[in-house]
Design a protein around this ligand. Structure first.
Ligand SMILES: Cc1cc2nc3c(=O)[nH]c(=O)nc-3n(C[C@H](O)[C@H](O)[C@H](O)COP(=O)(O)OP(=O)(O)OC[C@H]3O[C@@H](n4cnc5c(N)ncnc54)[C@H](O)[C@@H]3O)c2cc1C
Ligand code: FES
Length: 348
């Protein structure tokens, strides 16, 4: 069976039972997507010819009205025969090729109560080009895969850093936490996902210019609001380090939400980054703090709302569990944050 793309005229093969998105990725065709689980709606396309099935039932990320208008979610849709889709391929020069690579866990550091920071060593001749904020999949037996955000910035990716939270009974994470995984071989596929850092618009002072160039005085540029929940800090760290370590003159307001102080696993790392970044302000927020916690309490998005009457000035990035992302998407635009400048990644 083949899938044809009406706009570009390209086509690619798809197996029975294979999702349209997986088939596109396998063929090197780059299409926008996010969660790959039918939740985020990022992989929407219009079906202009042919028929599809959703073997797991109608996906949550597709509104009934969109489905009635002929839109489908490519990550869940399986073909019944040849198809034609009306969807744009990603052609931005920044977009990077998806690779499948073997790698070795060269370091596994326990941080906080239930997070392991993994450093993955790629084969010497290989590298992984990605954009700050993207994720990769760890491929498991029987075709299963687990997604993890890349926590290092592209300029420091000799080893790929991942932040893995323990999930009780989890097929992948239980084995990671049971014994020291150092030396273990993994297969990864990436980079994936449309969540990524967006440099300031053309005409605004660039934060991707060489360090020497940005040393000159600059007009102020849009401040960044970064909101992380739990290991949702991983892609936020990639963005934070990308901005700060490339010498950008961009104010960054980082909020990191966790349940208890022991869950603020990246606190020391953030404070270390903040020492070198005078334009970074950092607010840790605990939802279930001990009595002696002297910092902010409550839900992380509520702390942001308490601190800013208006969010209109910001570019916003948020990553974390679905409930946090839902709250951010509901409340931040109501406080003036332009939805087109609010980028979110949900760990569905
Ligand atoms: C785009 C994306 C990026 C992600 N990035 C990260 C990351 O950087 N760090 C990270 O730790 N995780 C991340 N996740 C979640 C991760 O992919 C796995 O879902 C998680 O590690 C559990 O895998 P597992 O095989 O151990 O558990 P599974 O065997 O898949 O699940 C075991 C049980 O736990 C439940 N469960 C699964 N995941 C979660 C969860 N996250 N919270 C609560 N319950 C859960 C399942 O419903 C099931 O009942 C990301 C997910 C997505 C979609
Ligand atoms: S709904 Fe398909 S990638 Fe999220």
């Amino acid at each position: 069976m083949r899938v044809s793309l009406a706009r570009s005229g390209r086509s690619f093969p798809v197996e029975a039972g294979e999702s349209l998105l997986d088939a596109a990725i396998a063929a090197g065709v780059r299409l926008a997507h996010g969660c790959r689980r039918g939740n985020c709606g990022a992989c929407r396309a219009r079906l202009t010819r042919g028929e599809i099935d959703y073997p797991d039932g109608p996906p949550l990320g597709l509104e009934p009205q969109d489905a009635a208008d002929g839109l489908i979610l490519m990550c869940r849709a399986r073909p019944r025969g040849d198809l034609e889709l009306d969807v744009d391929e990603l052609r931005h020069p920044d977009e990077v090729a998806v690779k499948r690579l073997p790698c070795r866990i060269e370091r596994a550091e326990r941080l906080g109560r239930e997070v392991i920071v993994l450093s993955l060593r790629l084969p010497p001749v290989e590298d992984l080009a990605f954009l700050p904020g993207q994720y990769l999949d760890v491929l498991l037996p029987q075709g299963r895969r687990r997604s993890f955000s890349i926590a290092c910035p592209p300029h420091d990716a000799r080893s790929i850093e991942l932040h893995v939270r323990y999930v009780a009974g989890g097929a992948f994470t239980e084995s990671l936490f049971a014994t020291d995984p150092t030396g273990r071989l993994l297969t990864i596929e990436g980079p994936l996902g449309s969540f990524r850092y967006h440099p300031p618009a053309v005409g605004a002072p660039s934060d991707t210019a060489p360090r020497e160039a940005v040393a000159a005085p600059e007009a102020p540029t849009t401040p960044l609001l970064l909101v992380a929940g739990g290991t949702g800090y991983a892609p936020i760290q990639a963005i934070l380090r990308h901005v700060v370590e490339r010498g950008a003159r961009r104010a960054v307001h980082l909020y990191f939400g966790a349940r208890t102080a022991a869950d603020l696993y990246a606190d020391a790392r953030i404070r270390e980054i903040a020492r070198r970044a005078p334009l970074l302000s950092y607010v840790p927020v605990l939802s279930e703090p001990a009595a002696d916690w002297g910092g902010r309490r409550g839900l992380v998005h509520d702390a942001v709302l308490a601190d800013y009457e208006s969010l209109a000035a910001f570019d916003g990035y948020a990553c974390g569990p679905p409930a946090m992302i839902e709250a951010v998407c509901r409340t931040f635009p109501a406080r003036g944050l332009d939805p087109a400048r609010l980028y979110v990644d949900s760990f569905e």
